[in-house]
Ligand binder design. Structure first.
Ligand code: BTN
Length: 254
């Protein structure tokens, strides 16, 4: 039987059969003053949202679609690193609870076999120089068969059941994710972001690879060499080193 061992994250749970988007609901709860660690979980999302105004395929009872509200004492500039923090924690959870060896594509896609297993969408509300709240939305494809994905996603997306070769308990995955998030978040509050950035580097599929970058009205190619202290991706091009804080990075096939 599953038991939640966290102290702060996931103690307040808003559970829905169907929502447009758990991030929208979490933002509303956060604006209304919910506690830090509040989560919103839905069995299905009718308008699941992805990064860069994309959608997120969120079929009923096949994934873990949830959002978490944090109120970190960080500067707004630290928000992108919270996204890296979430990726590191979810990667750990997936290794532990599903035995699946996944990697991270900058900034926060979790991939298996070159296909997306998990997507993370972070949204922040800040006033002046302080974060009011951050909503981290996490979508984990759990029991989705290859043929269940819409045709346009089949070459891009995968699931834990495909990766592990067996169905998995969505509750086990959710609990592991909350436990790892709490651990990594607590460590960051104590020690700053350096350990997260190091763990991100170790789990990265992007560093050392030739990449194509599209974002902020720019488009260029180069080699991803590192992330900097802000979590930006550093890409070495023919003319110098470019810093990428937002955008789409595709890894060239080796
Ligand atoms: C991406 O890869 O572009 C991010 C996808 C994020 C999906 C999750 S599912 C739970 C939460 N609610 C949403 O509407 N999106 C996030």
């Amino acid at each position: 039987e599953a038991r939640l061992t966290t102290r702060r994250l996931g103690r307040a749970v808003a559970y829905f059969r169907r929502l447009e988007s758990t991030n929208n609901e979490a933002k509303a709860l956060a604006a209304a003053g919910c506690p830090e660690g509040q989560i919103v979980v839905a069995e299905e999302q009718s308008v699941g949202r992805g990064r860069l105004a994309r959608g997120w395929f969120s079929p009923f009872a096949r994934g873990v679609w949830f959002s978490i509200v944090l109120r970190p004492p960080f500067n707004p500039q630290d928000a992108p690193k919270c996204t890296l923090l979430a990726a590191v924690a979810v990667c750990r959870a997936i290794r532990r609870a599903a035995g699946v060896d996944c990697g991270i594509k900058w900034p926060n896609d979790i991939l298996f076999d070159g296909k997306k297993l998990v997507g993370i969408l972070t949204e922040m509300s800040a006033e002046m120089d302080a974060i009011n709240h951050i909503v981290i939305g996490i979508g984990i494809n759990v029991n989705i068969g290859a043929d269940d994905f819409p045709p346009e996603l089949r070459s891009l997306a995968t699931s834990l059941s495909i990766a592990a070769g067996r169905p998995l308990s969505r509750l086990d995955i959710l609990l592991a994710a909350l436990e790892e998030l709490e651990q990594v978040y607590g460590q960051t509050l104590d020690q700053g972001f350096a350990p997260v950035l190091d763990e991100w580097r170790r789990g990265s599929l992007t560093l050392g690879r030739a990449v194509d970058v599209i974002g902020s009205g720019r488009r260029f190619s180069g080699v991803a060499v590192d992330i900097d202290a802000d979590g930006a991706l550093l890409v070495r091009t023919d003319t110098g080193t470019e810093r990428v804080l937002a955008g789409d990075v595709s890894i060239r096939p080796a």
